[in-house]
Design a protein around this ligand. Structure first.
Ligand code: NAP
Length: 262
């Protein structure tokens, strides 16, 4: 999607994979300065390890606990995280006011941190994070200072929480290809939809997931992970090139790539 956008803009750049081992991260950063690189994406296993090696890290990347985008400034490499903004992009248009809304988030891993930050940004009245491991859930909650709206709930108690959810987000990998017949919730659970409620699955293969198919059948409005993926990439490209990204071109490139013929 980045190369499609670059071609569309007629810009003289290219987006390429650069496999780098943990031991070489520091020297790679120096080398990337030397070759005049404009910026780069960061993925597993470097999303946390890169933080101390950068000149600056944005507040949102610190809050999420991971850097996914790095760009050059005169002061050096600056790290940020575009997942929260990517998550929010398809949501903000749906409701003008979120202050009376309850969000229920399934999972407490890396993506859940961007989702909690997004729900905080929206101003949700209540944010419930549901997980299967109590110790991890408690550690997750403690890592968010003074976020009074954040609550945790064990997975077994999830069904009774659903009736109050205005936004239900799956941040677990349950239902991701090849396990396309798995779902984090049963059809019966999803029958408890509140009118106007939104089911959002961060997964983008398959589209839609079993979870979203069942949710749609029970009246939930549904969103899949493609928009988050497109927008987190578009925001990164804007940081690198300093100009608006052609979001539609990027979306189409992704759709082409994710189509079954690929
Ligand atoms: P992660 O850090 O590994 O977190 C996964 C979470 O799911 C953990 O809390 C884990 O619980 C929970 N989980 C896994 N299997 C479970 C099960 N069977 N029952 C209950 N909980 C379960 O992964 P991540 O980076 O957050 O990514 C999660 C998903 O989001 C992936 O499908 C990824 O593709 C998607 N994602 C999409 C985008 C996008 O742009 N659309 C961006 C980021 C991530 P434990 O901690 O108890 O193991």
């Amino acid at each position: 999607m980045h190369n499609a956008a670059i071609a569309h803009l007629g810009a003289n750049y290219v987006y390429v994979p650069l496999p780098i081992t943990a031991a070489n991260l520091q020297s790679a950063l120096e080398g990337l300065v030397a070759i005049g690189l404009r910026g780069f994406s960061v993925t597993i296993p470097h999303k946390q390890a890169i933080m101390p090696l950068l000149s600056d890290v944005s507040a949102i990347a610190r809050q999420i606990g991971a850097v996914n985008t790095v760009y050059r400034t005169e002061q050096g490499w600056v790290g940020t995280n575009t997942d929260m903004a990517g998550f929010l992009a398809p949501l903000v248009a749906l409701h003008p006011f979120w202050g009376d809304k309850t969000a229920v988030i399934l999972g407490n891993g890396g993506a859940a941190r961007a989702v909690v930050a997004g729900c905080r940004e929206l101003g949700c009245r209540e944010i419930w994070v549901v997980g299967r491991d109590r110790a991890k859930l408690e550690a997750f909650q403690h890592s968010w200072d003074s976020l009074d709206s954040l609550h945790i709930q064990p997975w077994e108690e999830l069904p009774q929480r659903l009736a109050s959810a205005d936004l239900l987000v799956n941040t677990t990998p349950i239902g991701m290809y090849p396990h396309v017949h798995h779902s984090p919730l049963t059809e019966d659970d999803l029958a408890r939809a509140k009118p106007g409620a939104i089911a959002y699955d961060l997964i983008y293969t398959p589209r839609p997931t079993q979870f979203l198919q069942h949710a749609a059948a029970h009246g939930w409005m549904t969103l899949d992970g493609l928009e988050m993926l497109v927008h987190q990439g578009a925001i990164a490209l804007e940081l690198w090139l300093g100009q608006p990204a052609p979001v539609e071109v990027m979306r189409q490139a992704l759709l082409d790539q994710l189509s079954p013929s690929h």
